[in-house]
Design a protein around this ligand. Sequence first.
Ligand code: PLP
Length: 395
Amino acid sequence: SFNLSKKAISISPSVTLEITAKAQELKSKGIDIIGFGAGEPDFNTPDNIQNVGIKAIKEGKTRYTATSGIPELKKAICNKLKVENGLEYEPENILVSSGAKHSIFNAFYAILNPGDEVIIPVPYWVSYPEFVKLSDGVPVYVETKEENNFKYDIKELEKAITKKTKAIILNSPSNPTGTVYTKEELESIADLAVRNNIFIISDEIYEKLIYDNENHISIASLNEEIKDLTIVINGMSKAYAMTGWRIGYAAAHKDIVKVMTNLQSHMTSNPTSISQYASVEALEGDQEVIGEMKKHFEERRNFMVDKINSIKYLSCKNPKGAFYIMANISQVKGKTIKGRLINDSLDFTKLLLEEANVAIVPGIAFGADDFIRLSYATSIDNIKEGLERIERILE
Ligand code: PLP
């Protein structure tokens, strides 16, 4: 075997991408798989955005740009943050990257010294712990409770803070739980962060996918002190069905953005020039398509929540945002189904894939083994069929 980097080999593969790949492999063998694993909208990028991308190619906008992004896009981002989030930033506060994933990685790489602790809510998005480890930081997990809608309990959060705490991850709306924090809840987290001089990495990538007339509030907008400590993360992927274009961005104090930009200048240079031009159109063009997509997501969510709660041994909360549902499987654990003993979420999702041909991500991928995560970024027909298959296997 090779003598490889200890740090690199300690990083686990993304379980969500793995499940999607496994489902695709079975599909390509002709097996009729219903996938609930999707981490991306099942819509095409809107026409107006596509067209600007094509035009950019034709016009030769196909060269390196400034590392931090083209001025037009940084201006469009500043305008968006001002109008929609009440955040005043200048272009020097913005770094455009190859997806929000890259933005978050830049953020951790810029702020962490070896041994610095980062507080991560459980259930968490799969990549957060790995980013922290890659940046020589130490993930500190704070459990959230389903009955508390998977939100940080402020006392638990406070208890987790040590002298080494450098940052807290906030992901509202959340992947995988769909949790959306209220202004009051954000205020208490902001207060805690300011008192202890701790950064907030505020991942707001699902901001546009929010239901039941809830509002997205950026924690950075609460006051100037928390704004200085917050690195706001957002991007095009989920809101504009642009996952393949790979554009995300960070907004933060200029001293932080400068360090992040220097890092990026050696890693990837600028994000794709063509995607940057298309992103200007996404932010400045007609926003109606977003409303359309959101309407579909909300309908599917409503259907799915009702159906899951009607299935024996399963239950779930009504998530307020994103496009995922965490279904509680604690009553399934310990049962024998089709001759298989179900001890954990992985056993259950394997059973569902192999015996019901339904692909679902086990909760253990998010640090929450009593759950499975179902994405509703798939058609209502698929959702109906898939949930019926699960129902049948649990009868
Ligand atoms: N943050 C969260 C919580 C996500 O779920 C994702 C994508 O799955 C991302 C960030 C990254 O999105 P992208 O890199 O496509 O912009």
